[in-house]
Design a protein around this ligand. Structure first.
Ligand code: NAD
Length: 281
């Protein structure tokens, strides 16, 4: 370990269980000397085992629904109280789509669900940044990271309205990154992670085939949750002070590929017995 976060304080959203990307970040941040509070919705706290993580990282969980400004204000106040001052980093690792959950395809969206998707998965990031700025909760040269996916730039079958949410999330990181950087020297980035088998990841249509495809397409292979955590720690550390308003691909090279030999070999095998989809669902 490198003590990269020694003396730093933060908030980590979105650890549900030990598969969660946020869970891995919490473990690594603790190893690197950070102190932080964990947060999630009360419902997720019941379904998952965040208390176990809190015990391991010698910290507490402050429940908050990331779509509620009131909850976010309470979270920031309680966190600052606990640390006796400002914090240095925040991880926003939050997403949910009812359209995906209820199998509503993109050309038959339920708009109430769409609003919820955008609120939970993108607008909550704006709310978090706005509350943090109003309360002047983050130290100069602090760092905020949110989690994105390549579906923000390219269309991937089945990712549904989450693609719109991720595009918006990345845009918020840029727009708020300008203002927060200009006024408080705080950096805001998104990390666009490889598909990873987590509770949210498992909900993506055709996840098994997708994981195999991206593994074959990426020269370095899919990035694991542990590798994600390592990358995230560097963004919270002082080693990346001038990186802001970026969407950083952490995907083994997938986003720059068009076709790889490994994927082509697999595809050529299927050509011997080609099958067309029976429906688009
Ligand atoms: N797993 C992947 O393949 C993958 C790839 C790229 C990006 N991501 C993104 O990573 C992030 C974390 O997902 P994960 O894969 O670790 O899955 P996960 O299911 O472990 O985490 C999702 C978290 O969002 C939380 N959440 C949902 N609604 C919330 C709300 N209203 N307020 C607060 N928290 C709420 C859940 O409780 C859960 O802890 C998400 O933004 C996801 O889109 C995941």
């Amino acid at each position: 370990m490198y003590n990269l976060l020694k003396g730093k304080k933060g908030i980590i959203f979105g650890a549900l269980n030990d598969m969660s990307l946020a869970w891995k970040v919490a473990e690594r941040a603790y190893e690197e000397g950070a102190e932080f509070v964990l947060t999630n919705t009360s419902t997720s706290m019941r379904f998952g085992n965040i208390d176990e993580l809190a015990e391991k990282c010698n910290t507490i969980v402050i429940p908050a629904d990331a779509t509620s400004v009131e909850d976010l204000e309470n979270l920031i106040d309680k966190t600052m109280e606990r640390f006796g001052g400002k914090i240095d980093f925040i991880l926003h690792s939050v997403a949910m789509s009812f359209n995906v959950r209820k199998n509503k395809p993109y050309d038959n969206l339920n708009y109430r669900y769409l609003n919820k998707t955008l609120d939970v998965s993108a607008i909550s990031f704006h709310k978090l940044l706005q509350v943090s700025k109003k309360k002047d909760a983050i130290n100069e040269w602090g760092s905020v990271v949110a989690l994105s996916y390549v579906a923000a730039q390219r269309t991937l079958y089945g990712y549904n309205d989450m693609a719109d949410a991720k595009s918006m999330l990345e845009s918020i990181a840029r727009s708020f990154g300008y203002i927060y950087g200009r006024e408080k020297k705080i950096r805001i980035n998104t990390i666009s992670q490889s598909p990873t088998m987590t509770t949210a990841g498992g909900g993506v249509k055709g996840i098994d085939g997708l994981l195999d495809f991206t593994e074959r397409m990426s020269p370095l292979g899919n990035a694991t949750a542990e590798e994600f955590a390592n990358f995230c720690i560097t963004l919270f550390s002082d080693l990346t002070k001038k990186v802001t308003m970026q969407n950083l691909f952490h995907d083994g090279g997938f986003s720059s590929m068009g076709m790889s030999l490994r994927a082509m070999t697999m595809y050529n095998q299927a050509l011997e017995n080609p099958i067309e989809p029976e429906s688009y669902d």
